[in-house]
Design a protein around this ligand. Structure first.
Ligand code: X8Z
Ligand code: ZN
Length: 611
């Protein structure tokens, strides 16, 4: 749920205004007047009224947001902003009102809900109608600018992100890659000024709620001290960094062989345009360049999908089939009627994949410009993870209709996708035959190019944003700070000099869309941890990358238990119920890739790694 997401992604949540809203207003008025000390009964009534009200305003905002993202025009942008103005205004009022009960002794469940009310917003806003209007307009406009963004070269047709991304994935011509890379980054400089203003306004809202800034507020959502949470991130990164360094070193060497010293030097930072992805966040599109000799991945899912003439909707059906094999109920008919699966030819839409919970109950949808590729096959499972989560927690009280923490929402679909093994693909008829174990190294390499390569990117986006919100990075230094973090964590550099006339963070969806990003880092750790436990529950023996929980009732039962819990308990309890562990633990991803890790270390012997 969380008041962030109705706008775009996973969940949205909160209440229907009726009589209880009037009660909430009365309580707030009494509080403001400093009358009568608060009572437990008032706290209960306040929370019930808050849930009602949020349910209403977020549904309205979700519907407006859906139309905006599916039909980007000036009008839909403004209508979505107006709906968000109402929703965020209400949520801020409730968050401030919750403070009245701060010193009251309450049952844990009631205390938890009041805390969640205070933390719900991703975009807190100042208690001033003009400022609230301004920030919601800016947010809406940034979303539209990104969604409608196109690179229009002087001497050719305009190109959208889908088009430019196909070049990034398929081309091995350094000039073509550079043109696509720099081209996409022409969409973001116009966002820079309004983004800086957005940061200012949002920080003022966070301060109203008692947080130092918006980043500090985001870090407070993890059932632990926010400083302990950042220390957890450092600990987890420390666990996986050596494996990333080995992969970086090997890939850098291979790119040097392909492109030569002038384009891809054998040492130092890897230029960002050579890794098969617009942001160099996942690298599996250059699998062919770095495949282990002789091995190959043994199968080509993209080719199989194309050859069989599988449609976008059929790809989603395969995904649904996996989840229902675990005992989850099929998606509702309205999901199929209302989702968007293909990019419309005649209008601008936000193509960045998202899963929506429109009414906190039955009306769930995904929106995705599906292409017939293995990458999108896996993204479909990611999105359906959100959808099945949303349905599973729909019976919880409204404030608990969310994942255990946001990493779980992002990790569930990916966990299932880890079970999309060659054996599974044979089982559902997408592959003729399972490749023998000689292809294992290739399978692991392809997977590592997505999952291991992603880790530092998953961390650095919010490392940048937290510094921006805290003021450590001023607007005048946005781009430089971005590239410092890209270098430090990823060992990646810009292929051409960048300046403060550029705004490269704005060319990544989650920055203009204001979607927190640490959740994806967590998801990449958690999905392997969950996979390892669910595989054990399914009685799997042998290497983790060969495990598929498809059709396994016991693994399904455990997963469903996690999903149905929603946000009703601290995430540590949810994790323990599924895995027996109360801490996030990167040893599972290390176990999974262990054979590849050893192989990479051998290949890199004698090379100078690092940057
Ligand atoms: O944004 C997404 C999903 C929607 S929640 C498609 N992801 C991140 C990204 O694309 O940057 C999934 C992995 C990382
Ligand atoms: Zn997601």
């Amino acid at each position: 749920m969380s008041l962030e997401v109705w706008m775009r992604q996973s969940s949205r949540s909160l209440l229907r205004i009726a009589a209880p809203a009037a009660l909430a207003s009365t309580l707030l008025a009494a509080a403001a007047a400093g009358q009568t000390p608060p009572t437990v009964a008032e706290a209960e009534a306040f929370v019930a009224a808050a849930e009602e009200r949020l349910d209403t305003v977020t549904e309205e905002a979700a519907r407006a947001g859906w139309v905006q993202s599916n039909f980007i025009t000036e009008d839909t942008e403004i209508l979505a902003a107006l709906a968000n103005e109402r929703a965020i205004g209400a949520a801020m009022e409730l968050a401030r009102g919750a403070a009245r009960f701060n010193d009251l002794e309450l049952a844990p469940d009631l205390r938890r809900k009041l805390d969640l009310l205070r933390l719900a917003l991703t975009m807190p806003a100042p208690d001033d109608p003009a400022a609230l209007k301004e920030i919601t307009r800016i947010a809406s406009s940034l979303e539209s600018q990104y969604g409608a963004g196109k690179y229009c070269p002087e001497d050719g047709e305009c190109r959208d992100l889908g088009d430019l991304s196909r070049t990034m994935a398929a081309s091995r011509d350094a000039g073509e890659l550079l043109a696509a890379w720099t081209g996409w980054r022409t969409i973001s400089p116009p966002m820079r000024e309004s983004y800086a203003r957005f940061v200012e306004l949002s920080n003022a809202g966070a301060r109203d709620l008692g947080f130092a800034d918006t980043g500090a507020m985001w870090r407070s959502k993890y059932d632990m001290d926010p400083d302990a949470f950042t220390a957890e991130l450092d600990r987890l990164w420390g666990q996986v960094e050596p494996l990333y360094d080995q992969l970086h070193c090997y890939v850098r060497g291979k790119l040097n062989e392909t492109y030569g010293d002038a384009v891809a030097p054998a040492g130092g930072l890897i230029p960002a345009h050579l890794l098969g992805n617009m942001w160099a966040q996942t690298w599996s599109n250059i699998y062919d360049e770095v495949a282990p000799p002789g091995g190959g991945a043994g199968f080509d899912l993209t080719a199989a999908l194309v050859e069989k003439g599988v449609t976008p909707e059929e790809m989603v059906k395969y995904g649904e089939g996996f989840f229902t094999s675990l005992g989850l109920p099929p998606l509702p008919a309205t999901f199929w009627e209302r989702s968007l699966f293909t990019q419309p030819r005649d209008r601008d839409v936000v193509c960045h994949a998202s899963a929506w919970d429109i009414d906190n109950e039955e009306d769930i949808r995904i929106k995705m410009c599906i292409e017939i590729t293995d990458e999108d096959f896996s993204t479909i499972h990611h999105e359906l993870g959100h959808s099945f989560y949303q349905r599973a927690y729909a019976k919880q009280p409204l404030l608990y209709r969310d994942s255990a923490n946001d990493g779980f929402h992002e990790g569930v679909g990916d966990t299932v996708a880890l079970s999309v093994t060659p054996k599974y693909l044979v089982e559902v008829g997408l592959l003729e035959a399972e490749p023998d174990s000689s292809a294992d190294l290739g399978v692991l390499m392809r997977m590592a190019l997505d999952k291991v390569a992603f880790l530092p990117f998953g961390l650095l986006v919010d490392q940048w944003r937290w510094k921006v919100f805290s003021g450590e990075v001023a607007a005048a230094d946005y781009n430089q700070a971005w590239w410092e973090l890209r270098a430090r964590y990823q060992g990646i550099g810009p292929p051409v000099a960048r300046t403060e006339a550029d705004f490269d963070p704005g060319a990544k969806y989650h920055v203009p869309a204001n979607t927190p990003y640490t959740r994806y880092f967590l998801a990449h750790i958690l999905q392997f941890q969950l996979h390892r436990s669910l595989c054990a529950a399914a009685g799997h023996e042998g290497p983790l990358h060969r495990c598929s929980i498809y059709g396994n009732a016991e693994a399904g039962r455990r997963l469903i238990e996690l999903l149905e819990m929603g946000l009703s308990r601290p995430w540590q309890d949810a994790l323990e119920a599924t895995t027996g562990q109360r801490e996030m633990d990167a040893t599972a991803i290390l176990d999974y890739f262990a054979p590849l890790g050893e192989w990479l270390a051998e290949q890199n012997e004698g090379r100078t790694c690092g940057w």
